[in-house]
Design a protein around this ligand. Structure first.
Ligand code: AMP
Length: 173
């Protein structure tokens, strides 16, 4: 099952810059059976866990987070790049390999003590997901799990996230 999904994930060398092997999930999304299987794997893993909302990271996290939220019967929260959200937002800055980036979340999208499942496609250094954890905490929410389809183990992102919540990743590279 996991091997079949792996066959639908394409390695693109030197994208978006030299030295990076980009994990391209578009072939997995384009195959209806594979896409459904991915969402089903997340659903089966988390259906017994108390989760109030799924919070998804722009942009590929949205593609996994929206169908998962529907299956779980949860609300969906969008964690977006700067300047995209229309209403008052919390903002967290984080370091990238070169330079920095920011992630934003509407101040009213997570309430105090709500249990949040965070989701993105790929875990690399963990910096993006760490910023997501900080946003949820700012709103008083509780991160129940950081979920990923793919983990690039050599980047050690799991270690960075250990202080926030358990990490659930299905495909390890
Ligand atoms: P990081 O903050 O280093 O864990 O990077 C994770 C974010 O960057 C996620 O939103 C991923 O979609 C994206 N990303 C990082 N590395 C890759 C990669 N090798 N292939 C695809 N996406 C990646």
């Amino acid at each position: 099952m996991y091997e079949d999904i792996k066959r639908h994930i394409r390695d693109v060398k030197d994208f978006p810059k030299k030295g990076i092997v980009f994990k391209d999930i578009t072939p997995a999304l384009a195959d209806g059976k594979c896409f459904a299987e991915i969402i089903n794997i997340f659903y089966e893993k988390f259906k017994g866990v108390h989760i109030d909302k799924v919070a998804a990271i722009e942009s590929r996290g949205f593609l996994l987070g929206a169908p998962l939220a529907q299956r779980l019967g949860c609300g969906l929260v969008l964690l977006r790049k700067p300047g995209k959200l229309p209403y008052t937002s919390y903002k967290v800055s984080y370091e990238l390999e070169y330079g920095s980036a920011e992630l934003e979340m509407h101040v009213d999208s997570v309430s105090k003590d709500e249990k949040i499942l965070l989701i993105d496609d790929v875990l690399a250094t963990g910096g993006t997901m760490e910023a997501a954890c900080k946003l949820v905490k700012k709103a008083g929410g509780e991160v129940v799990v950081c979920a990923f389809l793919i983990e690039i183990a050599v980047c050690a992102g799991r270690k960075k996230l250990a202080q926030y919540a358990p990490v659930g990743a299905f495909l390890e590279y």
